[in-house]
Structures are given as C-alpha cells and as structure tokens.
Design a protein. Structure first.
Length: 209
C-alpha cells in the first residue's frame, strides 16, 4: 500500500509539472504575441501620424505672418511648395516647430531636394577592343547649360581597381577615357545653381580576338 501511495504521489507530481509547464508556455506565447501586436499597432499609428503631418505641410498653404515665428500655421504647400516658407520652417528651433504642429512626441523631419535636370546618356553596354586598353567615348546631353562631372570606377580583368574623373560645361558633354578590359560603373552629376541631376550606369570593356 505504501508503495502504491508513493507511486501515486510521483504520478501526481509529474502531472502537476507537465500542467504547470504547459500553462507557462502558453503564457509566454500570449505575452510575445501581445508584445508584437502592440509594437505593430504603435508602428502603424506612427506611420499614419507622419503621413498626416507631411500632407498638412505640403498640401496646405499655412497662415504665415510677416514675422515667421509669430505664424499660427507652418504649412508651406498648396499648389506648389513655397521655398521661402520652407526655408523658414527648416531654420526654426525644434521646440517651436513641435509646439506649432501640436505634436507631443519626438519626431524627425527629413527634407530632400529631388533632381530636376535631365541627363541623357549615350553609353554602350559593352565596348570591345583588340588590345588590353581601349579608348571609350562617353557622351551626355542635358536640356540646358550645366556643369557636368563624370566619375568612372571599375575593376579590371587583372584584378586592379581603376578610377577616372572629368568635367564639362554646356549642353553637350563628350568624354574620352583610356580603359583596360574590365567592368565599370559611371556616375554623372549635373548642376545649375541649386538644381541638379544625377545618372548612374554600368558598362563592360572586353577584348576580342
């Protein structure tokens, strides 16, 4: 009888252990799911709030006074962005912008000027040569007179790095480079005042028998 009681006690303890372990596992799983769900909800809410602020700034004209710091509304959009108001906005202290936008939490606003100058490349995907060095002619056209900077970087077939640099002014830009066989990447930057255009491309120089 004592042996039977001992066996029952052991079985009972094992059952309790298994039950407790199962409950703990379920609790951990539920906690993790809740934590992930809360994080996802916060992320969605933050994204929606960010979109709301961006739409307000870029689609509303705002209510600006002659002294910008007294303005009741800092939006600088409408039919087009107002560059003067945008400059004022960027130059204002963070706490002032936070107060005027009525945003109680920390935030970061990044303003980027997109390229507006079109660069038309005349570049082949592959240049062939009968020797280890080839004369490669690259041409770019722009719709207006610009300053164009071209950089070529690459890796030659003998495992060496190569870089070349050149500049040009006007609408038509032609460059001649002496390049060894290999793979190259070309970058072009065109500027006029505070406007700019960018281009990035790839080409290969090969040797043919």
């Amino acid at each position: 009888m004592d042996r039977m009681k001992g066996q029952l006690s052991i079985d009972y303890a094992a059952s309790v252990f298994i039950f407790a372990t199962t409950i703990l596992f379920m609790f951990v799983q539920l906690f993790q799911q809740y934590h992930v769900s809360v994080w996802e909800v916060d992320a969605i809410q933050n994204k929606l709030e960010a979109e709301r602020i961006v739409r307000f700034l870029t689609q509303e004209t705002g209510n600006w006074s002659s002294y910008p710091f007294n303005s009741s509304s800092l939006a600088f959009g409408g039919s087009e962005l107002n560059q003067t108001r945008l400059d004022y906005f960027v130059g204002m202290p963070y706490s002032h912008v936070q107060n005027k936008l009525d945003v109680p939490y920390d935030f970061q606003i990044v303003i980027k000027k997109l390229p507006s100058i079109v660069i038309i490349p005349d570049i082949k995907k592959q240049y062939s040569t009968n020797s280890s060095v080839d004369t490669v002619r690259i041409r770019f056209d722009t719709m207006e007179n610009t300053n164009l900077t071209t950089i070529i970087v690459g890796l030659t077939t003998d495992g060496r790095g190569a870089s070349h640099y050149n500049t040009s002014s006007g609408k038509f830009h032609s460059f001649i480079f002496s390049l060894k066989t290999g793979n190259y990447e070309v970058f072009a930057l065109s500027t006029v005042g505070d406007e700019y255009g960018i281009y990035q491309g790839f080409f290969e120089v090969i040797t043919v028998a």
